[in-house]
Design a binder for this molecule. Sequence first.
Ligand code: AMP
Length: 300
Amino acid sequence: MMRRVTTIAETRAALAGLRRGGRTVGLVPTMGALHDGHLSLVRASRDRCDVTVVSVFVNPTQFGPGEDLDSYPRDLDADAALLESAGADLLFAPDASEMYAEGAETRVEPGSISTVLCGASRPGHFAGVATVVVKLLGITLPDFAFFGEKDYQQLKVIERVVRDLDMPVRVMGCPIVRDEDGLALSSRNRYLNAGERVSARVLSRALRRLCERIARGEIDACELTRALADEVSGEPGVRLEYAAIVDAETLAPLGRLTSPGRALVAARVGRTRLIDNVAVGPVPAKADAAVVPLSWRSPA
Ligand code: AMP
């Protein structure tokens, strides 16, 4: 039976009980409006840990002015039902005043890795993410914390923060879960109308074509990036924000695909901002199968 709590004190007390006897704890931080991508993280945690705690918190400090904080989908009862059936043990769903006590001023400011790509167009976003994640780690003290590769830059930022701050937790990256047509699952997909939903396929389609070109031997990252950008921005109703091929760890631009890389795109489909990415170049065998699911089908 999953327990549902809203305060930091209840979370600590519940976990103190659950942790007894040396049981390991896995944390899955989310903003709710849960889908199979989130639930894959819950499953990964259950596979790895004795106890799984999921946080649902739409974190105001990671939204910029004019972003979708107010309209972000919220349905805590539906989320709780999904988490219960996925086998989570504890749901921590605080409100903003519980997470940010009056007068709290400290922020975690990640370094250069957070100023490129999404960080360039969303100033302060990754400081908001890093701050709330560090708080969640401090509240739940997990052995493992699970993040999706869907938000690849976020995963790398969190890995860096945890390393730089010597936090005793293992950050686990989990593969992107996609719809049958390739679109990466996202809570924001709910914003798309039927036409936009079709246009949105261009992100995963362009990344898949990129992988095909790389498989045929192309390694010039500039050429490949141009083709990726052209394909996405060529789709009617889609406005490219960035297309990039970067070092898989530092997120610095890559010239040639001779080391592990990541291709990433961000675009607006109508008013909805979507992101996607894929591993490129010589990828460690372990990550490869996880990142390019064999279930990708040719879009209709
Ligand atoms: P969010 O609720 O959007 O903040 O996401 C919470 C966690 O779920 C983050 O670690 C995301 O990267 C992860 N996530 C979201 N969508 C997917 C997906 N399609 N596949 C895998 N992980 C995902």
